[in-house]
Design a protein around this ligand. Sequence first.
Ligand SMILES: [Zn+2]
Length: 301
Amino acid sequence: MPELPEVEVVRRGLAEHVVGRKVAAAEVLHLRAVRRHLAGPADVIGRLTGRTLTAARRRGKYLWLELDSDEALLAHLGMSGQLLVCDPATPPQKHLRVLLSFADGGPQLRFVDQRTFGGVSVEPLVEGVPATGGGAGGVATRTELVPAPVAHIARDPMDPAFDAAAVVRALRARRTAVKRALLDQSLVSGIGNIYADEALWLAKLHGNRPTASVTRKAGLEVLAKASEVMAAALEQGGTSFDALYVNVNGNSGYFERSLNVYGQEDRPCRRCGTPIVREPFMNRSSYSCPRCQPPPRTPHP
Ligand SMILES: [Zn+2]
């Protein structure tokens, strides 16, 4: 599953290479890739053909291209989905699922997916959640249009309209553990398992801490750290695609060099030297420093 910085790299690539171009033809090469578009493949093709792509947008890990028809082409990247910008002469990739050709005869947009968990759909644009992150009692300001399946997704910490104070208020009102809250896409989007662990280590907070016990200051700190660590990854990953190749799985090398805690079991903490511990977390793992991030005496059940 790509993390937010990788999705942002793809968004920037799409903004540069396909926005402003008119779709001449759309082809669906595998039915599973359009299964989320309930009206079927002919309807997808009809809604794309002749349309101009007007913007490349993202919220959290959701990525879409706006069309000049008040609809959007939503990409579901799944586990292995890739969006490639390729010269029309490039032979079809083995797992090519959807192909857009443009009226200018230039590079095509190809959706390639080895495991077919991903796909594309054409969606109406609706009003998303307000900038408050969906928290109760917030003032509904600065809504923007998003594809219908994204309507419940909160803004991410890198969004200019992200309201950290409102998100912290909503987070502290939840009866859950802080790491679960950070992964809740209706509260704050785009923070995956890796960035949650890194942000919690930087903020010296254990993920099992009940949200009610997290101070306002600590809550703001962990969100700021999440944003910082994603910005650093983006800086390193942002140059990893070349002119005609936008690849969601492009590895920036960030993970090997820069992770403080994620995947670092038994290695010394970079702050205090205590070995990092791994704990099971929702079929995955959580990593933390037992000294810098003392586990709560009474974790949230
Ligand atoms: Zn430590």
